[in-house]
Design a protein around this ligand. Sequence first.
Ligand SMILES: Nc1ncnc2c1ncn2[C@@H]1O[C@H](COP(=O)(O)OP(=O)(O)OP(=O)(O)O)[C@@H](O)[C@H]1O
Ligand code: NI
Length: 326
Amino acid sequence: MRGGTHVAAVTDARFDLAAGECLALVGESGCGKSVLASALLGLLPENAETAGAALLGDGTDLLTADERTLARTVRGRRVGLVPQSPAAHLTPVRTVRSQLEETLRELAGVRRPDLRKAAAAAAERASFPLGHLDRYPHELSGGLAQRAATALALIGDAPLLLADEPTTGLDRELVDRTVDELRRHVGDERALLLITHDLAAAERIADRVAVMYASRVVEIAAADDFFGDPGPRHPYARGLLNALPEREFTPIPGMPPELSALPGGCAFAARCDRADTACGTVPALTGGVPLSTGAGGASTEAVPVSAGAGVACHHPVTAALEAPRA
Ligand SMILES: Nc1ncnc2c1ncn2[C@@H]1O[C@H](COP(=O)(O)OP(=O)(O)OP(=O)(O)O)[C@@H](O)[C@H]1O
Ligand code: NI
């Protein structure tokens, strides 16, 4: 797209997300996570091309809905966005209270006499301290700005909450608190898609993990399997985990490819010690178990998809072959 080049930023992403579930989408910088999130919000730039479908529970396709539908019925109401940089997302010249009230008017139809009370309730839902409601965004700490942004995201009671790197720049303790709070809002009626490069945050709150590499989802797994035993099956996902200081602290050799110049075949092959000639073709995501169709979530394909778990690799790691990690 940029400068006339064509970038395939997201390819073959297939997943379901059911109400009550938290799916963490992880992967290195530039692998396409935010482009996927923008697609789900209908916020891709105008020259972007999409194929496939991203279906909400009622059949609304986020990829083909027109801007009017997206603005009136989707953003905020069906998909709530917890932004990457709350400070930048909040309006700098207005207090938190006034921003909450405006959103309550717009999304929840709250009338003027009830606004003050409703704004306080909205703030409390995201643990935003009422004593700070009359502050401007620049007067808030990073953590409080995040809570203000979360309070705004929750107002529409959207069945899908989408959080793109909600913990960037926060210290560990604040990361934990922030994701715990997000998790608190997942329930019978709501699902959470947490986009992050922070594996510890994913481990903390996710039910399932989807790993993206060079524009493709290369593995989807139950979080317990992924972070525990048997561990990830894709060599890249395994490498990501093993690079963590609290694990082996061994980085994956080499660099991810530029998305504008992807190699043919498996994009990870050049960095992979399991690669052979079979890896000259792109491996499909296989090994999935059928998932029931989610009520409030989003799926990125129109066809029935079995992507509850799976791996896109010609030589996935199998628990029987490898010694389990300590
Ligand atoms: N509007 C655009 N025009 C051209 N290329 C783009 C555009 N938006 C994103 N890209 C490219 O798409 C790729 C994926 O970007 P994306 O922002 O989705 O990565 P990400 O996984 O969210 O990374 P990060 O962890 O840094 O947020 C990048 O190579 C980026 O340069
Ligand atoms: Ni991003």
